[in-house]
Ligand binder design. Structure first.
Ligand code: NAD
Length: 295
């Protein structure tokens, strides 16, 4: 299947194995999606409890697809057999594609890319699920910038139809084509973005969420009225504050900081209320409390 040529993914006919780094909301969903589509998956997280939660949530989610008649029991069982969890990053060394979905921090991601570059086989593509961080800069932490790409899934990955592909300055055509083919094999529609902070989706979405926080912060309206206003007034399925809780307030704050630093406009300054909730550990649904209380 693979050419065996080092530092070139051009010989890869089809992706058979994937490594997923980070077993939180996004990583577990990406691992599930890949396994359901016949890819052998290693899911890695430094936190053993995160892997336990991921295993449980993947198994529950796959069974939900079966009970809705959207997946056969045979495919579901096969998917769970193809998925292995590990706290040892080196287990991912034979993967055709490794995608990271760890914390939205450039420094932490760069360190990981540097480690992945050393352990992954020469032909492997290294992808990032980052919401906003420069792919070009992440690629520079490796010796294979041609094989580094942004593959930005939406939350939750098994359900949302979009993948935003981001080419770094050096991303090769082969890497782009393989990544696009993989996303399409997963049943996704692909959009392509140049490598500027926030890409397409979050450049537009996050300022709206941040503005909803300012609307709450300045006492214009209650959280319920802000969300109802945007749901019934603009036909959004979720209000911006509910959506922020779903995404994770820490993720929203990190993205606003990247937009502000990368685009240099004061309109991207994060709302102090968003900062305060994150400081208080109110990170949204994943912590049981954010703008709303889920406990
Ligand atoms: P999360 O907090 O749910 O999960 C992150 C996981 O990464 C945690 O389990 C953590 O233990 C693990 N981790 C952190 N550092 C690690 C390391 N060095 N090695 C291995 N594991 C590590 O976060 P999430 O919401 O899944 O977001 C992950 C990434 O996906 C971020 O880059 C985020 O911007 C992006 N993203 C998030 C959303 C969303 O709606 N939450 C949507 C699209 C993209």
């Amino acid at each position: 299947m693979l050419s065996g040529r080092s530092r070139d993914s051009g010989g890869m006919a089809e992706v058979r194995s994937m490594g997923v780094v980070g077993g939180g909301q996004m990583g577990s969903g990406i691992a599930q999606l890949a396994a359901v589509h016949g890819v052998d998956v290693w899911l890695h997280d430094t936190d053993a409890e995160a892997l336990t939660r991921a295993t449980k949530s993947i198994s529950t989610s796959v069974q939900r697809f079966v009970s809705k008649g959207q997946l056969s029991q045979e495919v579901a069982t096969g998917a769970l057999q193809r998925l292995r969890c590990t706290s040892n990053l080196e287990e991912l060394c034979s993967a055709d594609v490794i995608i990271e979905a760890i914390v939205e921090s450039e420094d932490v991601k760069k360190k990981l890319f540097s480690e992945l570059d050393k352990l992954a086989k020469g032909s492997a593509i290294l992808a990032s699920n980052t919401s906003s961080i420069s792919i070009t800069r992440l690629a520079l932490a490796t010796s294979r910038p041609r094989q580094v790409i942004g593959m930005h899934f939406m939350n939750p990955p098994p359900i949302m139809k979009l993948v935003e592909i981001v080419r770094g300055a050096d991303t090769s055509e082969e890497t782009f084509n393989l990544t696009k083919a993989l996303a399409e094999r997963f049943g996704k529609t692909v959009i392509c973005s140049q490598d500027y902070s926030g890409f397409i989706v979050n450049r537009i979405l996050m300022p709206m969420i941040n503005e909803a926080f300012f609307t709450l912060y300045t006492g214009v309206a209650t959280k319920e009225d802000i969300d109802t206003g945007m749901k019934l007034g603009t036909n959004h399925p979720m209000g911006p504050l509910e959506l922020a809780d779903f995404i994770g307030l820490d993720v929203c704050l990190s993205i606003m900081k990247v937009l502000h630093a990368g685009l240099g406009d004061s309109k991207y300054v994060p709302c102090p209320l968003l900062q305060q909730y994150v400081d208080a550990g109110r990170l949204g649904r994943k912590r049981g409390i954010g703008v709303y209380n889920y406990r």
